[in-house]
Write a protein that binds this ligand. Sequence first.
Ligand code: BES
Ligand code: MN
Ligand code: ZN
Length: 494
Amino acid sequence: MFQITHNPIEASNLTNTVVALTFSKAKLASVAAKQVKDISKDVEKAVKNSRFTGGLKQTHHVDALGHKTMDGLLLVGMGDEKEATEDTFRTAGIAAGKALAAKGVAEATFIAEGTKSVDEKTAAVAFAEGVALAIYRFDDYRTNLTANDKGKFKKLTVLADDKSVTKEFTQLKGLMEGSELARDLVNHPANVCTPSYMAETAKKLKKIGLDVKIMGKKELKKLGMDMMLSVAEGAAEEAKLIVLKWNGGKKGDKYKALVGKGVTFDSGGYNIKVAMMEYMKSDMAGSAAVMGTMCALAKRKSKVNVIGVIGAVENMISATATRPSDIVKSYKGLTVEVNNTDAEGRLVLGDALAWVIDKEKPSEVVDIATLTGAISIALGNRYAGLFSNNDTLASKLLAAGESVGEPVWRMPTDKAYHAMLKSEYADLSNIGGRTAGSCTAAAFLEEFVGETPWAHVDIAGVAMAGKVFGASNSNGLDGANGFGVRLFVRYLEN
Ligand code: BES
Ligand code: MN
Ligand code: ZN
């Protein structure tokens, strides 16, 4: 994460590449217009000879030839001013960040301003967040980058009237460190990011004030979490249950629980995947979101008590791997017939959910998982699927998702989907029929929840994008985007 600082809105502070908001019809936002009025003729000319209209996600660079202090001016489209929301500023920030990265500048100065419905501070922070999301790169495995190929952006200066943005930028840094941790974990290949790597990464978070406990196969066996363990039976690495606690709230306040699917690679098991297996290094994106959220809460010293639980396993094939039709016993006591070894995430989550509810009695629990391909058929790469047994919790998540640009769309939980999980030999089958795959998966999870307010976020369609991985996420970010971290931090802090 680069440095972000605040300066007052003054002509002398218009240095480096200056970033100015522009609304529809290429109309410069009012504060920006005043600041760059010396070169308004250059701006007009440059816009006239371009396709730039001020539409959202557009950018246009204007050479500030001869300006006393600026190197250049980047116009960033916002669309219709009346429609601008907090997330419009973030989306524009992502476009700006991409343009700055492509240009290769090291520093930029953003002239912040709000609209009638978004105050200056909210606008400044959301825009800076967008820039940070776009500037992130994952170069860990590139050995032949020249200095000129590497990321160059070092510092964003935000010109704003409200001095209190400084405090918000510190908090933003904490949020982005959590987000970048999540993105790194997902981007790492599965031969590096294994269950034990996840556990080691969690342990490193002790130094920022989190309580971290790891349970391996022996302890999980003792607890009776055979349903989760069955997924790891074919793998060389044993399963790990990773438990992170952040006690930033009042002593005695109940925990809110987050539970993440951490399948570090999903081959499908004996029901081996026939397509897109290379996508399945991202099958721990839910647990990455939980780890990233816990990291961000600690860095932000958030005033909440949160417990994060990660079920880390690898779904592989070997002589000891689970067979289709095997019956396993869950922590809750229900027996489950594993009729498809590729429906493994729910086996991990079912035990992790039941365990955290039983042990910690959280006031509410939210799980997050790349659970079903069907959710991307239903919702594409914009919305994650939201399933919940509680309208209050659901509406909190819907609102948080909308404001941070990680939107969730409510899907049904209904007895009918539970009925589809009948097994011929056990209490439950781990698959439903051919239809409603995301709904039957959610219903399976709900079997392990009871009365606790619960929500399930299916991020299989939104967690990852790129050439190998199909259509890019609609937020415009490549590779892993950390979906869930910003949603959860907003939900937990509100
Ligand atoms: N990890 C997959 C879901 C997935 C698919 C995530 C595409 C990201 C992109 C999950 O474990 C899975 O394989 N689900 C099956 C369930 C089926 C066997 C009932 C699916 O979606 O096909
Ligand atoms: Mn699977
Ligand atoms: Zn999976």
